[in-house]
Design a protein around this ligand. Structure first.
Ligand code: FE
Length: 279
């Protein structure tokens, strides 16, 4: 039988917005795609060499009920949180933070000029883990497992498993796969993705062909759930992230930085935050 590949179900152009104290960014995965891309709640892409676009950073703010994954392609950002963690995130580094029952943190640029580029992905937690103890880890660029395929493709495995290479982070509930794939022009790359897992690619350099469709730089392609394999072809030198995960299929109620299952739990989060009990 001929092998079936996933196709592009929908192409998404991000929305220009600003967050934190005025950081300009592109919100690629917005609220209306949370159900379709369960367990992923948000993807922001940031990239600018204009200091005014990022210098204000993200001063102290709370989170509850999910995980944030910050992947820094270029630039330096310092993180501090209410649990006493502090870390510097720079070129190629990843910060994985499980907010659980509550974290108050700041994410501030530690550069006053030059390029700052990267992504922040939000991964939901199942109901049974939303109130878990917070967890946090910084991975320097060199600590992210990577491999080079024979056609010169370089793959960095931030989470999950790819071609036998175990990523920096593994999660049992949502089984997130998070790859950064660098492809030379003309190369093809296949990855197994159980059809039940929701998945997307976001191209940030060059152009990718996928089962007859083209995904240009700055676009997200949502993958269909009708096959267990994705096959990417680089029509030019290209870079992209490939993200997939097992849906939780639980109610999603978001109020800003809190993502819970019910409105009641949101009220409790707000209460806890205002009364100093969140973190
Ligand atoms: Fe944050």
């Amino acid at each position: 039988m001929e092998k079936k590949f996933r196709h592009i179900e929908q192409l998404v152009t991000g929305v220009q917005t600003s967050d934190g104290a005025g950081v300009r960014l592109t919100r690629v995965l917005t609220g209306k795609l949370q159900r379709r891309l369960d367990p992923f709640l948000m993807l922001d892409a940031f990239g600018s060499d204009v200091a005014d676009d990022y210098i204000a950073g993200f001063p102290d703010h709370p989170h509850r009920g999910f995980e944030t994954v910050t992947y820094m392609l270029a630039g330096r950002m310092r993180h501090k949180d209410s649990a006493g963690n502090e870390g510097l995130l720079d070129n190629g580094g990843v910060q994985w933070m499980t907010a659980g029952r509550g974290v108050i943190h700041s994410e501030m640029p530690e550069q006053i000029e030059g390029l700052m580029e990267g992504f922040q992905l939000w991964v939901n937690l199942p109901a049974k883990r939303k109130m878990m103890e917070p967890w946090y880890r910084d991975f320097a660029g060199a600590e992210i497992p990577e491999y080079v395929a024979d056609n010169g493709i370089q793959v960095r495995v931030i989470a999950g498993n790819s071609h036998g290479v175990k990523g920096a982070v593994v999660r049992v509930d949502t089984e997130p796969l998070y790859l950064d794939v660098h492809m030379p022009a003309g190369a093809s790359f296949e990855e197994e993705l159980p059809h039940t897992h929701n998945a997307f690619i976001y191209v940030y350099r060059g152009e990718i062909e996928l089962n007859g469709a083209t995904v240009a730089s700055g676009r997200m392609g949502i993958l269909s759930n009708d096959a267990d394999t994705v096959k990417l072809h680089a029509s030019t030198d290209a870079r992209l992230i490939l993200v997939a995960g097992r849906p939780l299929n639980e109610p999603i109620v978001q109020y800003g930085p809190f993502v819970m299952n019910t409105q009641d739990e949101i009220h409790r989060a707000l209460d806890d935050y205002r009364s100093g009990r969140l973190a």
